[in-house]
Design a protein around this ligand. Structure first.
Ligand code: SF4
Ligand code: SF4
Length: 168
């Protein structure tokens, strides 16, 4: 006996971030403050880790990630569901800029492309700018796809129970 195998839904490989027509390996030869807006946005790998809520140790300053995500994070796409108007809903959402990036190094994820470039390190092969495929960040197990809870579901005082190791 065998049961018919249902067809698998096709994976949507269209890139939600417009990375078309950019200068080849622009991040290696251009300072952050000289990047165009599109180049700056294209540097994001779409991992979603910066949208996880974090806990900072008051004594050591150490920052821990939790699997409790910002209310606007889409767990399936790892993207902000309201990116253009996010500040209407989450006023304290941080906008990374060329000027401010240094101030955020202490909490940015280890694999964040902005951190890597800031530190003079290469992008990983799974970065969509290298692979040409926005799915590779998920296939590499680096993103938060399928592993988050919404902050609506978890009380602030319980976040500590949801501390995770950064998926790298
Ligand atoms: S951690 Fe960095 S690369 Fe990943 S989604 Fe956030 S800004 Fe983009
Ligand atoms: S508002 Fe959007 S970009 Fe900001 S932390 Fe939340 S999900 Fe991320």
């Amino acid at each position: 006996m065998s049961r018919p195998i249902p067809p698998r839904a096709p994976v949507d490989r269209s890139d939600p971030i417009d990375r078309s027509g950019l200068r080849a390996r622009f991040w290696e030869k251009t300072a952050f403050d000289k990047l165009s807006d599109r180049e700056w946005e294209a540097l994001c790998d779409g991992c979603g880790k910066c949208c996880l809520n974090k806990l900072e140790d008051e004594d050591t300053g150490e920052v821990a990630l939790t699997r409790v995500a910002c209310r606007l994070l889409d767990d399936a796409t790892c993207l902000c569901s309201q990116y253009p108007i996010r500040k209407q809903f989450v006023p304290d959402c941080i906008s990374l800029t060329a000027d401010s990036i240094g101030d955020h190094m202490y909490w940015l994820p280890q694999t964040c492309a902005y951190r890597l470039v800031y530190e003079g390190r290469p992008l990983f092969p799974w970065h969509p700018l290298i692979s040409g495929d926005p799915e590779t960040v998920h296939q590499a197990g680096v993103s938060v796809r399928g592993m988050t809870y919404s902050e609506y579901e978890i009380a602030d005082e319980d976040w500590e129970e949801h501390i995770i190791e950064e998926p790298i």
